[in-house]
Design a protein around this ligand. Sequence first.
Ligand code: ADP
Ligand code: MG
Length: 235
Amino acid sequence: MTMKNVIRVDDVVKTYPVAAGEFVAVDHVSLEIPEGDFVAIVGRSGSGKTTLLNMLAGIDRPTSGTIHAAGAELGSLSESGLAAWRGDNVGLVFQFFQLLPTLTVVENVLLAMDFVKKIPVSERNDRAHMLLDRVGIGAQADKLPSTLSGGQQQRAAIARALANDPPLILADEPTGNLDSQTADAVLSLFTELNNEGRTVVVVTHERDIQAITKTQITLQDGRIFASDAMTVVQP
Ligand code: ADP
Ligand code: MG
């Protein structure tokens, strides 16, 4: 039985127009991520990590090359097609949480369900509370995000990412704004999500995350500088 890839990136380039011409942020990157992997994308600031992750999420499009993710060739989808694909398949977590400040924590989770319409309406409220309990902030459900600690806000963002039960979790420096103890607790949530079968890709420049992931991909100047992906992908 061959392992199924949840992500395949073929010869992807991303350039940005700058005063001097074109800046190459991602430079001919190819990689495969099998279902169930737990991947850290590491590298210095400016190495192209966010640019690559945003393309995996269909937030940004490659200048050239193709990306297959969660059963779709992303380049073939329209903007609304990408939004629908993302809603069904991807849970996103950001460094600065990006919760809607005027909604309560539970409303933030419910909004993600309303937007995607995958979870039956009658189940949404119970599911939102179950997810908040699961990430350890059930008691904060009716509070506004600004009244929560950074770690609690990131837990809320993880609950929101899980709202529609996505097979793929993509996170961009999810612990970058947290103290180390809080960061460890958040990282163990990602480990749990991976243990239950979700594919998890975490962008980070932190060493501690590399200890718990299965695969590391190191970017340098937009290129894959090192990867142990091939060594861990065994039938
Ligand atoms: P990382 O997440 O590893 O810090 P990024 O993917 O954010 O790196 O950025 C990679 C490179 O691309 C950086 O040099 C950055 O300045 C440049 N870059 C990112 N976004 C843009 C943009 N919109 N326009 C021009 N350059 C950009
Ligand atoms: Mg970044």
